[in-house]
Design a protein around this ligand. Structure first.
Ligand SMILES: Nc1ncnc2c1ncn2[C@@H]1O[C@H](COP(=O)(O)OP(=O)(O)OP(=O)(O)O)[C@@H](O)[C@H]1O
Length: 585
């Protein structure tokens, strides 16, 4: 049965072993507590016998020794119980979070395209927390209470079966009530979570888009939507809490009814002369304690039900197929070859292809050459770059690096050979130096500074108070677009990888900076396989090869001179840009 729990609640071997020990020590704690009640009864019985029959008073050293033994045993059991339930599960939840993060790191990007980010955040933070709380506060308590109570029940049957039934009947009934409420409560838990995810999403969106919202005077409308979302969440949560509270308190009331039935049954048994007054007294002492171990379990049982749903959501991440492949990546050179590649973003592990973004794309980006991908917006240039680095896998056809199909290569091993400069530069809340060093963790300060200089960072870093040690704020919020891009280029230069992907790498630079960075790039990229995505034809005229994409297909490819001479798509785009360069506003 416990094995079933392990599966259902996604417990590791350690947590499972800890849970078993926790149940043992909770049972021991409960039994020691009941032993204390027995000891109290023994003392009271001695005093009553002394008062009524003139018997000798219980020995004081025996009482003191018994009390001390009780205190020590209770302390030890509680200590072990704490270590084996709370501490084990706190460690377990840490491991679970790391496990999910590790898994997410290795999942193909197509997974993130299919899953909502707020939902994932809620799983990593909220679901793991729900499971941690339920496991540490409920699992051990519940099972420990069930086992210890069964033992006490069996023992009490030996004294008086009528009083035993009168005292214990309410426990299974209270649990039956809670289990019966499980089905109707489930949609409420689901709705609760969906609302929380909705609020997280709405807050994230508002923060992400704060500039756009202000620029378009949409604050009022946005806040109205956000407040509406928070109100809805509050209503659903309140409804869930109220319903759960009603069920739990109803179960509490039923549980405590056992006291009343024990009193009534005991009184009638004493009146009929079937049991002695001290037996009734012993049972009354017992009923003050037997329900206590269930109190926490009853209140939190709903959390255990919710934890099951959380565990199944976590399992959906853990069962997601990884972007796996051989770590032994030994390409023969670094030509990047697209061989009849087709791709759609909606493609999932079920083999379902999304709407086609690339269709029958074939070209080779040769080592030592600059291959420029050009084409209208949305034609699939960035998508080609993403497939080359295996951020996504082609739906059909093959992408090869040095003759090796990238679909069979471990993404980490593959990316060790890539330096990438994205259109959207992601910076961390660290120093300029720290951000550049991301390119190669073990680079010396001199190497970092050399890369920074080559990417023309010196000019703006010189104006900063602490130079390269200046903190640049969250996601480089204190830097301009061009400055961010230069840091990103410095990173790529520092990595010094054999394949370089430049996605609109120089788009945010002014003409002077761009010329300098282009110079640095061409010097430092010599001998590498370079794939550049650029809108401006001027920046790609010096490329060795141009691949023109249109609607996800290769419209034409060749050297710039060949394509210009052919007078096709590329020549038309160059012509258009020359025309627009002559425009005046
Ligand atoms: N993550 C994504 N999920 C779904 N569709 C996407 C995703 N990224 C891009 N697309 C779609 O794929 C198509 C090709 O996009 P891609 O970014 O490759 O084009 P591009 O030529 O680089 O465009 P641009 O020059 O504007 O950057 C577009 O229709 C785009 O809407």
């Amino acid at each position: 049965m416990l094995d079933g729990f392990r599966e259902k609640y996604l417990l590791s071997d350690n947590a499972y072993a800890g849970m078993r020990r926790g149940i043992f020590w909770t049972t021991a704690t409960n039994l020691v507590t009941m032993g204390g009640i027995g000891f109290l009864f023994y003392a009271m019985d001695g005093f009553v016998a002394h008062l009524t029959d003139g018997a000798e008073l219980p020995s004081l050293p025996v009482l003191a020794l018994g009390l001390a033994a009780f205190a020590v045993a209770l302390f030890l059991c509680n200590w072990q119980q704490y270590n084996n339930t709370y501490c084990v599960f706190y460690r377990e939840s840490g491991q679970q979070r790391i496990g999910i993060a590790e898994r997410l790191r290795k999942l193909p990007l197509s997974f993130f395209g299919r899953r909502d980010l707020a939902d994932l955040t809620e799983t990593i933070m909220g679901d793991v927390q729900t499971m941690e709380h339920a496991y540490s506060h409920v699992l051990g308590e519940l099972w420990g209470a069930v086992i210890s109570t069964s033992i006490v029940f069996a023992g009490s049957l030996l004294f008086c079966w009528q009083l035993s039934l009168a005292a214990f009947w309410s426990i299974p009934v209270a649990f039956a009530m809670l289990f019966a409420s499980r089905g109707p409560l489930k949609p409420l838990f689901e709705a609760n979570r969906a609302q929380k995810v909705g609020v997280t999403e709405a807050i994230q969106e508002t923060l992400d888009c704060v500039r756009e919202i202000r620029a378009t005077n949409q604050e009022g409308r946005y806040l109205e939507g956000l407040f509406g979302q928070v109100d809805r969440c509050e209503r659903v949560c309140a409804k869930g809490e109220l319903t759960n509270g009603l069920v739990v308190n109803g179960a509490y009331a039923v549980l405590r009814l056992g006291i009343a039935t024990t009193v009534v049954t005991g009184a009638s048994l004493v009146a009929a002369g079937q049991v002695g007054l001290m037996t009734l007294f012993a049972f009354l002492l017992m009923v003050t304690r037997i329900y206590a171990p269930f109190d926490q379990a009853l209140a939190l049982l709903s959390e255990l039900f919710a934890a099951q749903t959380s565990a199944s959501r976590m399992r959906s991440i853990m069962d997601e197929p990884l972007a796996t492949g051989s770590a032994d990546f030994r390409p023969d050179g670094h030509d990047v070859e697209f061989d009849h590649v087709a791709f759609g973003y909606g493609a999932g592990p079920d083999g379902r292809a999304g709407e086609k973004v690339l269709e029958d794309v074939s070209f080779v980006a040769r080592e030592g050459e600059v291959t420029a991908l050009v084409g209208p917006s949305g034609s699939g240039k960035s998508t080609c770059a993403r497939l080359a680095a295996r951020f996504w896998d082609a739906t059909s056809g093959t992408v090869r690096v040095g003759g090796v199909d990238v679909a069979g290569v471990d993404p980490e091993a593959l990316l060790a050979d890539y330096a990438v400069v994205f259109q959207d530069v992601l910076l961390f809340d660290d120093t300029v130096m720290g951000n550049i060093r991301l390119g190669r963790r073990d680079a010396t300060d001199e190497e970092v500074l050399a890369a920074a200089r080559a990417a023309n960072c010196d000019e703006f870093v010189g104006r900063m108070a602490d130079g390269y040690q200046t903190m640049i704020g969250e996601n480089g919020s204190r830097l301009s677009g061009g400055e961010r891009q230069r840091i990103s280029i410095a990173r790529a230069l520092l990595k010094d990888a054999p394949i370089v992907l430049l996605d609109e790498a120089t788009a945010s630079l002014d003409v002077e900076s761009e010329t300098q960075v282009q110079g640095a790039l061409s010097r430092l990229l010599a001998g590498k396989t370079v794939i550049v995505i650029a809108h401006r034809m001027r920046t790609v005229l010096s490329a060795d090869k141009i691949v023109v994409l249109r609607d996800g297909r290769v419209a034409e490819q060749g050297s710039p001179e060949e394509l210009l001479a052919a007078g096709g798509e590329f020549a038309r785009m160059v012509g258009l840009q020359r025309e627009s360069a002559g425009w005046r506003l």
